[in-house]
Ligand binder design. Sequence first.
Ligand SMILES: [Zn+2]
Length: 359
Amino acid sequence: MPDIRIVNCHVHLFTDRHVPVNYPYRWLRPFRKLPGLIRWMAMLARLIGQHPIAEKLTRLGKFHNEARTPHQREILEHVRRHYPDNTRLVVLPMDMSAAGYGPSPTPLRRQHDELGELARDPELGRGVIPFATIDPRADPQAGELWRAIDRHGFRGVKIYPRLGFAPDDPRLMRHVYPQMERRGLPLMTHCSRGGVQGRHLPDLIADRYTDPMAYVPVMLAHPDLRICLAHFGGQRDWAAYVNPDRTRPLAEEYERNWQVMIRRMIGGGQWPGLWTDISYTLFHFEDYVPFLRLFLTGEEPEDARLRSRVLFGSDFYMTRQEELSEKAVCFRLRNALGEEVFRQIAQENPAIWLGEAEE
Ligand SMILES: [Zn+2]
């Protein structure tokens, strides 16, 4: 059997300069300038015997360390170390300028341009599959989005509705999806109750924007659009699924579990344009991989449909907050799922989702 050429469908290279200075809180602003502080607090916690806290702080420090890297290029070098040389990486930018935290030091246009240049780099750019991003409030005519796609040949679009807009926002429905569908460009979207959230956005509304059902109007209008709901419903919904003891009895994830909804929507065959990726969520490896394995190895037609719609992704460098390294999780996953299923989610499915191969 030929070696697997992995596609990691979910990687971030954006840096501190692409995040508003007041995110997540204005009072945190001075700490962003003090890289040693978190490390120092971790040391202190270890000294007084608070090892779990020390470990968390160390990981948080690693995460901030990655984002503080001045260029996307360095972060790319870091993620590359974890994968075989021929691995391809779908790189997803981020625009937080309309989320209520003020502007970012570096505007989206420059983030796009830097990523475009990186992807053209004869050495490092090898295997970089760059995506463009849009917040319809910041770019209502999608001018920057299409500029970046046309100028740099970006291969798809990432959106992040939790920042404060619905997936069927009229500006996206008008200026973005029809052209994407025509050009065969895939859509990646954040689907989890966690992550970044618009500053003045109540959780309830943020959850409505992120809900898998929020894509129904988009899919009805654009049946040929390939939409990937990242994170397979997300950490909170997986936790509620795995442990039905209701620690928070009123929490919605016990009644309307997004992981279950996504499996049903895909397995039912009604929404052939719907995909999901396992990024971040599956980095809680020991807890969730037995379930994932079961979902991906069933013999019923709905299992086969699900198997053909799951993408391998990691969410580097968000995963720097987790205990296991990127490489460690990737190998454990490959081991747990077996070569055949791993090849399907890490090589064959991504090629179809990206529009490189026919189903
Ligand atoms: Zn992500």
